[in-house]
Design a protein around this ligand. Structure first.
Ligand SMILES: [Zn+2]
Length: 386
């Protein structure tokens, strides 16, 4: 390896001596060279969603950090650092409208790479809603029960980040299965930002909680649909936020997670470990600190913060999939079974330790998502387009 690296360095220092057919364009990798490449996107690909999982390969290199800089961006995700493990890395990058030029580096290796982001044309979109009981401290005090766009806040940030992760995970999975990079579109405002609505319910938190889960789901669904326009064009993802001021007042045992017929619902309790920005997603999936016992079930008993993040974000993806028309399956790796526990593996090449293992490398073939059978049902949905 040292010899190869030395040779690579010599060639890098003496570009004028290179044979003519060797391009100086760093994106033109040659077999056997030390090089960085992106395996799941081609240079200048057009994508229809704003957060992208770049899967990188570093040949003749097996460790260190890949630094991915979106030169076109001034967002906090402009520079992303990803661990390179066994020559592979995954970097979650955020795109700006139009052309995005990336400079990717690992040690002395460099790759110039670009992606073009254009918004989806699909009018059938996923609408995000935070539903609060009438007595919620979060309901802004008003008596108005109509749907209103929310200001920035914890639940807004969590829902937007989660929805963008489901969107890119959907595209990656369908791409891996050979169907092209298809996914759903999110409802945006005039400026192109994803919008989250607040809907204030008619009942007290206690009244909703006393309803059996299915009835609670139907009640909330009825109330949300009452003042929603564009029914038929929308898939709803609703977060039921009945959290008390003191979080020890509730446990996750009666938390709801259901989805059917264009409507999905998840309790805000399940968003406890959700990242609030794209910039911290990778660190959320790397956090092996212990979680309180009440969240053990929600972490598939793995007992760590990263696992709680993975299972609860995965549960949201599962419920959204129900809203798109999917049903449960017996295939344990499918999202419509317990495959949603492995949501972290979409974005990471390493899974930290937990109650069941001491840390593992996520396999190249360890794709996370629906089985082919379910993916084909999903593709017939009018929400899933290129
Ligand atoms: Zn289900």
């Amino acid at each position: 390896m040292t010899v190869v690296r030395t040779l690579a360095l010599i060639f890098a220092l003496m570009p004028s001596l290179l044979a003519q057919d060797i391009s100086l364009d760093s994106s033109a990798n040659k077999v056997g060279e030390s090089a960085i490449s992106i395996e799941n996107y081609a240079d200048a690909d057009v994508v229809r969603y704003s957060v992208v999982t770049l899967r990188g390969l570093v040949s003749n290199g097996d460790s260190g950090i890949a630094v991915v800089e979106n030169v076109s961006s001034d967002k906090e995700t402009r520079i992303v650092r990803a661990n390179v493990i066994q020559g592979r890395f995954k970097a979650l990058v955020e795109l700006v409208p139009g052309r995005n030029d990336f400079l990717i580096g690992n040690g002395s290796l460099r790759l110039n790479f670009s992606l073009i982001y254009r918004r989806s044309f699909n009018e059938n979109v996923v609408r995000l809603i935070s539903f609060v009981p009438s007595d919620s401290a979060l309901s802004n005090g008003g008596n108005d029960e109509t749907l209103i766009p929310m200001e920035d806040g914890e639940i807004v940030r969590k829902l937007v980040v989660a929805a963008k992760l489901w969107q890119t995970a959907t595209a990656e999975r369908l791409f891996d299965l050979g169907y092209g990079r298809r996914t759903f579109a999110l409802e945006t405002d005039d400026t192109g930002e994803v919008v989250v609505w607040r809907k204030r319910g008619k009942r007290l938190a206690k009244e909703y909680r006393e309803l059996p889960p299915r009835e609670r789901f139907n009640t909330i669904r009825r109330e949300v649909l009452e003042d929603s326009q564009r029914i038929g064009e929308l898939v709803f993802f609703v977060c039921f936020d009945s959290r008390a001021k003191n979080e020890s007042d509730f446990s996750s045992k009666d938390a709801i997670a259901l989805g059917v017929d264009s409507f999905s619902l998840l309790d805000a309790q399940r968003t406890i470990a959700w990242p609030e920005s794209i910039a911290v997603v990778a660190s959320s999936f790397s956090d092996s600190s212990p979680i309180p016992a009440i969240y053990l079930k929600d972490s598939a008993y793995r007992g760590t913060r990263w696992a709680l993040t993975a299972s609860t974000l995965g549960a949201g993806w599962h419920e959204l999939s129900h809203a798109f028309g999917l049903k449960h399956t017996s295939d344990p790796s499918d999202v419509m079974s317990r495959g949603f526990d492995r949501f972290n593996r979409v974005f990471m090449v390493y899974e930290p330790k937990c109650a069941f293992h001491d840390g593992l490398i996520v396999g190249e073939k360890d794709n996370v998502g629906w089985s082919r059978e379910n993916a084909e049902i999903l593709l017939r949905s009018k929400w899933i387009t290129e």
